[in-house]
Design a protein around this ligand. Structure first.
Ligand code: SAM
Length: 293
């Protein structure tokens, strides 16, 4: 059924609802949602005053607007996020890829580009954004992507198919390196890429509702000081890494000194490289295995 409502009137209603809900970028976000549901661009929204909206499209648009009005992240509402130039499908089963995580991709590619056939593990793959971006850039790489969350792995597989990388990635479900340790892969892995949960309990209390109430806690909570899962990873990793193998991890604000001090004290790995993000925060650390397990 057609309603007596044009696309620009629908847009005005969307802006009004988001503004009332206190969404800062109400105009822009309303525009993106209306563009998506109507399948038109911003110019057409304002010029198609004769074209009326059917009731199904109206309800579909208002449903998305209402979801955003509850502070659900726009990326979940629209179902995608751009990462390393790729359109990545997201839903509440996975963390929304963050721009600072592109640093892990850049560093992994720079480290492994000359390797004849790097064998890489992306542990805690979530949406698969890191694994897919890295295998796309490294033609000879063999990639294993793992996660504890089966629903996250479903999203990652969808993304790999979407970007033509499904035949290049092997998927494993389970806790950290357990599925690899039981798969006869000891001593085979060239590099582990890990953007695992690193939010401390103090930080958790200060997270914005958009993150805390909607993104999966399994993707964020790193224990009391945020480093629990990385400590376990560093303990397990010598069991699967090849000689001189690397671990590249993404860390949070204020974590670099503690993590590097602990790792150096263990004498199993050395700190090879620390890279800041675009805000100057140490964000990526690369550890190199000094001895075999
Ligand atoms: C911070 S998210 C990162 C997702 C993705 N790598 C990215 O960069 O956007 C962490 C991911 O690790 C997974 N995870 C958390 N604990 C895990 C564990 N013990 N073993 C395997 N995966 C785990 C979560 O399910 C989540 O998908």
């Amino acid at each position: 059924m057609m309603l007596s409502l044009s696309s620009s009137q629908l847009y005005a209603e969307a802006v009004s609802r988001l503004t009332q809900a206190g969404i800062t970028n109400a105009k822009l976000e309303a525009l993106w949602i209306v563009e998506e549901t109507l399948g038109v661009n911003r110019l057409q929204i304002h010029t198609n005053s004769e074209d009326l909206i059917d009731s199904e499209t109206y309800h579909q648009t208002i449903t998305l607007i209402e979801r955003r009005a509850t502070r659900e992240p726009l990326q979940y509402v629209l179902g995608n996020q751009e990462f390393c130039g790729l359109d990545i499908v997201v839903n509440p089963a996975v963390l929304i890829p963050r721009p600072e995580s592109e640093l892990l991709v850049e560093e992994a590619v720079a480290l492994l580009v000359e390797h004849p056939q790097p064998f890489i593990l992306d542990v805690g793959t979530g949406s698969g954004c890191l694994a897919i971006s890295i295998v796309k850039a490294l033609e000879r790489a063999v990639m294993i992507a793992s996660d504890r969350s089966l629903s996250a792995l479903q999203v990652a597989k969808t993304n790999a198919r979407k970007h033509g990388m499904d035949s290049r990635i092997f998927w494993l479900a389970g806790d950290l390196l357990a599925p690899l340790l039981s798969s006869g892969l000891a001593g085979k892995v060239t590099a582990i890429i890990a953007n695992l949960p690193y939010i401390s309990h103090n930080e958790w209390d200060r997270l914005s509702p958009d993150v805390k109430d909607f993104e999966p806690r399994l993707a964020l909570d790193g224990g009391p000081d945020g480093l629990d899962i990385y400590r376990r990873l560093l303990q397990e990793a010598p069991g699967i890494l090849a000689s001189g193998g690397r671990i590249l991890v993404e860390i949070g604000v204020g974590q670099v000194d503690r993590l590097c001090r602990e790792v150096s004290a263990s004498s199993v790995f050395e700190v090879e490289n620390i890279q800041p993000d675009l805000q100057g925060i140490p964000r990526m650390v690369c550890f190199r295995l000094l001895r075999d397990a």
